[in-house]
Design a protein around this ligand. Structure first.
Ligand code: SF4
Length: 331
């Protein structure tokens, strides 16, 4: 049984004009289905505004879905009341892109880390301080940091505090929403290593949200690529990087900086991501797709299994795959 299973999840938001009248529906997440095993990392990637963060909030029930189901350890969450959700909140934690906005600026780091331990009664009150120091040391900080306030830390240190707070309650699933996007490259590597170390130690599962494929390449077991609220490609990480079948995945891969400056990658994406309030007809990606034809403009492609646990939503996934393999062979 998977630790997390998301089935046909959908979330829309009512858009209003200046007079409060309905101006349209923004479909943020549309018919999303995927699962996550214990100890596994699923990367969820796509441009900003494609519904990744909304997906994270729907899983945690911080937002309620319009339709679909979320199962955690086999238990269905979407129908639970706030009180019934409480025990699951401890088991599922979130790490944010900017921990500064999620850390109370008036609390010391010691108080921030003590709070979940006391609320969930995970540590006897007399042992809370020892546990806080243990957590700080686990994430590469020291006991000296206990009395400091969030504004006294660097971005990387604040992210370490955010990770310590998530780990404090011994979760099984962590939803990491762009956890290293705001950090320098060298600090990014340190935080990713830290997260991977904890995963091994505690058999944690991660849903790792990112806006580009460079960050998640080395941390993901499988990757789901999202475009305008839908998954357009889902497979294991090695297959995705070696044998991409969706033109949007190709464009995201082209956006990854080339390791060889003498051989820059071709241009990545052209054009803006369309408005989810008024999405294009047929395949949502067609206005930006170099392979689009009349069929693409008229008919929406379904997400289909093409073998090797590889799912793609593209009418021409086979041809795209063959073309990209040929192109890779001549480069
Ligand atoms: Fe491009 Fe057509 Fe495939 Fe959509 S269905 S990604 S427009 S080739």
């Amino acid at each position: 049984m998977p630790l997390l299973e998301v089935k046909n999840l959908r979330k829309s938001f009512r858009m209003t004009d200046s007079l409060g009248r309905t101006a349209g529906q923004l479909v943020a997440v549309d018919n999303l289905s995927f699962s996550l095993k214990q100890g596994e990392t699923l990367g969820l990637v796509g441009e900003s505004g494609c519904g990744k963060s909304t997906t994270g909030k729907l899983i945690l029930q911080l937002l309620r879905s319009d339709a679909g189901k979320v199962f955690f350890s086999g238990d269905e969450l979407t129908q639970l009341s706030a009180g019934q959700m409480r025990p699951y909140r401890r088991r599922m934690q979130m790490i944010f892109q900017d921990p500064f906005s999620s850390l109370n600026p008036r609390m010391t780091v010691g108080a921030i880390l003590s709070e979940p331990l006391l609320i969930h009664r995970l540590t006897p009150p007399k042992q809370v301080r020892d546990r806080v120091i243990e957590l700080l040391e686990k994430v590469g900080l020291t006991a000296e940091h206990e009395q400091r306030y969030p504004h006294e830390f660097s971005g990387g240190q604040r992210q370490r505090v955010g990770i310590a707070r998530a780990l404090a309650v011994e979760p099984e699933l962590i939803i990491a929403d762009e956890p290293v996007s705001a950090l320098d490259l060298s600090v990014q590597a340190q935080i990713l290593n830290l997260l991977q170390g904890f995963q091994k130690e505690h058999n944690l599962s991660y849903l790792f949200i990112a806006h580009d494929l460079a960050v998640i390449e080395h941390v993901s077991d499988r990757i789901a690529v999202m475009y305008l609220g839908k998954i357009v490609e889902l497979t294991n990480a090695e297959e995705l990087y070696k044998n991409p079948r969706h033109p949007y995945t190709e464009a995201l891969l082209n956006a990854v900086p080339s390791p060889d400056p003498n051989h820059p990658r071709p241009a990545a994406l052209s054009g803006e991501i369309p408005s989810p309030i008024n999405p294009p007809s047929g395949c949502y990606f067609h206005p930006r797709c170099q392979y689009a034809d009349d069929l693409c403009r008229k008919q929406e492609p379904l997400l289909l299994e093409i073998g090797n646990e590889h799912q793609v939503a593209c009418h021409y996934s086979e041809q795209v795959g063959r073309y990209l393999l040929r192109k890779a062979g001549t480069e």
